[in-house]
Design a protein around this ligand. Structure first.
Ligand SMILES: Cc1cc2nc3c(=O)[nH]c(=O)nc-3n(C[C@H](O)[C@H](O)[C@H](O)COP(=O)(O)O)c2cc1C
Length: 184
């Protein structure tokens, strides 16, 4: 599953992710979801209120939950926003804390063994260390959930379409999903 976290359409990160997806084996099932189209309400931390503190998901939340647990591979496609994932992406990840508290879902056991990937675009052209907080968020999330970490595919650009000039990133995209992944 490719989860698009940009707050604009046809963004650089999506272009880079689609470049990588072109290299998937024919017949590989792909599902693309845009978080902007599936707005989640503000996350309420109800973890310690006792009882059945989280309601079973409905609507867009239910769709996202089902798509998430059904995916063997979850590709977070988020531009770098303030050195981190985008707000829509972060809100989606916050909901994992609710889904972990729904015993009927078995969220942790269903996510374990899957692979988390991260595709991002930054406007810092010469310093990929600026992306470290985003990578840390995703890598640590994979570790916490018992998932494999596929690693990050990093592109460079600011205005829409800039990524098309990042030939190194476009080349890296061609082998991104061919990487060996392992539990972190
Ligand atoms: C709210 C916001 C915060 C941003 N913060 C950063 C940042 O911290 N570092 C950076 O390199 N670029 C930052 N950018 C620039 C985007 O990462 C860049 O424009 C990227 O190409 C956007 O990807 P997209 O086209 O997929 O949306 C920010 C952009 C926005 C809108």
């Amino acid at each position: 599953m490719f989860l698009l976290g940009s707050h604009r359409l046809d963004g650089n990160a999506e272009i880079l992710a689609r470049e990588a997806a072109q290299q998937l084996a024919p017949g590989t099932t792909q599902r693309w979801l845009r978080l902007h189209d599936l707005p989640l309400p503000r996350f309420e931390d109800r973890r310690h209120l006792g009882g059945h503190s989280f309601q079973p998901p409905v609507g867009d939340e239910q769709l996202l939950l089902e798509a998430t647990v059904e995916a063997t591979d979850l590709v977070i496609v988020s531009p770098l926003y303030w050195y981190a994932v985008s707000a829509d992406t972060k809100l989606y990840l916050d909901y994992w804390s609710a889904w972990l508290h729904l015993p009927e879902v078995g969220f942790r056991s269903r996510m374990a063994g899957g692979t988390l990937w991260g595709v991002t675009v930054t406007s810092h052209r010469d310093d990929d260390s600026k992306v470290d907080p985003l990578i840390g968020t995703l890598r640590n999330t994979a570790e916490y959930m018992g998932m494999n970490w596929g690693g990050a595919l990093i592109g460079h650009g600011n205005r829409p379409g800039d990524i098309r000039a990042d030939t190194d990133a476009l080349r890296a995209a061609k082998s991104y999903f061919a990487r060996q992944v392992a539990a972190v």
